[in-house]
Design a protein around this ligand. Sequence first.
Ligand code: SPV
Ligand code: MG
Length: 267
Amino acid sequence: MNKPVSDPMDAEVLPAPPSSTSLRELFFSSDLTFLMEAHDGRSAAIAERAGFKGLWASGLSISSALGYRDINEASWTQVVDVVERMVDATNIPVLVDGDSGFGNLNNAGLVARKLHQRGAAGICLEDKGLPQMNSFLGNKHPLANIDEYSDRLKAVRDTTGSDFILVARIEALIGDHGLDEALFRAAACGKAGADVILIHSRKAVADQILAFAKEWNGKLPVCIVPTKYYNTPVSAYRDAGISTVIWVNHTMRAAIAGTRLLRPHPV
Ligand code: SPV
Ligand code: MG
């Protein structure tokens, strides 16, 4: 279905593609997939028309667009409402950044159920606590107890069923807890029902990510967020067997840069 986009620039963008590939197909395909961040209906529609096959509903960018900080100041119902607009404005799957699940297993299950009802294709939950803290903020990133976090993942799995993609985001490298801890946690997430592992790093080079992918050896698809190690050629990710790259904040960063050029009077 081709959905209308109420964007004043709509005439300048390409028409929406007629059909889409499911998020599961994207994660499990042998090609490297690229998901683009979006934070409202318009940014989602523009990213789709640029050719992206799937979207990342970024917690940071949705918070920013609402004028909040990325520390769970936006309520889960606000996030669900934004995601609904992104889903309605596009024909491609939307993976939602569910932060740490907005609480315990009950909250995580409830958020996932509502996102599923509104048409999201999947949720990503990270192994940290509430309030969630952006991975690039500060140095101390305490990890959630792995059993308690696994219960959050199981609650999502139980409430949504298998057509809804569950991405487990491992923050062990962000918190300097080491590769072994990251691998241990990823294995626990697989047992808890995760479909995909997101491994995050804040190093300027991709060494940690590539070491993880090598040791993990494709037990589940791996997705990555090369915000800090953006200089790495994407061929390195293909060679490492990584499934998906998420450009996590980029339409928001572009919008901020463009808006900052505006002046009240011509100079
Ligand atoms: C987001 O986009 O909100 C993310 C990715 O969680 S990051 O900003 O890298 O933490
Ligand atoms: Mg986030």
